[in-house]
Design a protein around this ligand. Structure first.
Ligand code: ADP
Ligand code: MG
Length: 283
């Protein structure tokens, strides 16, 4: 596991089933994710929807990348193709050097569990488990020793400021706390990439901000690589780079560089307006 003191990413002892890299060496500037000419067509002959058309991009280790676009532009389809939940029509997706579009079912299940972290709009926590047990679940499934599991869960919870809810059940937590627990669950296995689809979609603005700060902390303190779909310019302003998609194609991208978040937000809003809307409502 790679959680050191002060958030330093340390050399990791080999934990069976929970390798951060699946054995592949990860170097700075090396893409964790490569999406190559991905096309996705739904339906057959008379009723065809081309949800994605020739989408290519890559994400480096430690990047926090946003995907923005209007409703129906293909954001979820893209994330589902990357996360192996959906299959591509053509093109391929490579994660940590492994072509997931050619992986067979059994291997894929394991790959998903070990290499991918998920945060959805709804937390998908198990109602009968406490927050601690929910966060621990992926490690329990991977047969990580109990002592180490507890230590990891405690550390992640502290970093994401949810240590106080660890013994609560989902119904005893606010929506925002549930989402931060879900974020901790996505992070705890130290996955190659964390995939989030509208993670703030069901939250009020205060809780959205807290969740985004948690994801930002995951990214900065653990060098977690995050790909986040959102239609919200405010959420997108927390990322390092935003890909804008329209009609299933990448329209343009914005890099934050060293700009403060507010300035990045303004630049995002400009692109949103240019893409044909009045404000973020158009996306
Ligand atoms: N399972 C499906 N079957 C048929 N069409 C689909 C399916 N999923 C998505 N689509 C279509 O693909 C397009 C992109 O959808 P989606 O990726 O959900 O967009 P977004 O997440 O940006 O709102 C839309 O036109 C949508 O109707
Ligand atoms: Mg969607």
């Amino acid at each position: 596991m790679a959680f050191g003191k002060n958030g330093v990413h340390m050399a990791e002892p080999q934990v069976p089933g929970v390798s951060a890299t699946g054995g592949a060496a990860v170097r700075a500037g090396v893409p964790v994710l490569e999406v190559n000419h991905v096309e996705k067509v739904y339906g057959s002959r008379n009723n065809v929807t081309r949800a994605l058309a020739d989408v290519s991009f890559s994400v480096d280790k430690g990047e926090f990348v946003g995907i923005m676009g209007a409703s129906g532009s293909g954001k979820s389809t893209l994330l589902n193709c990357v996360s192996t939940i959906d299959t591509v029509t053509s093109g391929n997706v490579v994660i940590n050097g492994a072509d997931v579009t050619r992986m067979k079912h059994a291997k894929l299940t394991r790959f998903r569990r070990e290499q991918l972290g998920f945060i959805f709009q709804d937390s998908n926590l198990l109602d009968t488990l406490t927050a601690r047990e929910n966060i621990a679940l992926p490690l329990t499934i991977a047969r990580v020793p109990a002592k180490e599991t507890l230590a990891r869960v405690g550390q992640v919870a502290q970093r994401l400021d949810i240590a106080g809810v660890l013994d609560k059940y989902p119904y005893q937590m606010s929506g925002g706390q549930q989402q931060r627990v879900a974020a901790a669950r996505a992070l705890v296995t130290d996955p190659a990439i964390i995939l989030a689809d509208e993670p703030t979609g069901a939250l009020d603005s205060k809780n959205a901000r807290l969740l985004l700060e948690s994801i930002e902390a995951m990214n900065r303190q653990y060098q977690a690589t995050v790909l986040m779909v959102t239609h919200d310019s405010f959420a997108a302003s927390y990322t390092n780079r935003v890909l804008f998609i329209r009609d299933g194609r990448i329209f343009t991208e914005l890099r934050r560089g060293d700009s403060p978040r507010r300035e990045f937000f303004d630049r995002i809003m400009e692109v949103v307006a240019m893409m044909g809307g009045e404000g973020s409502d158009a996306l």
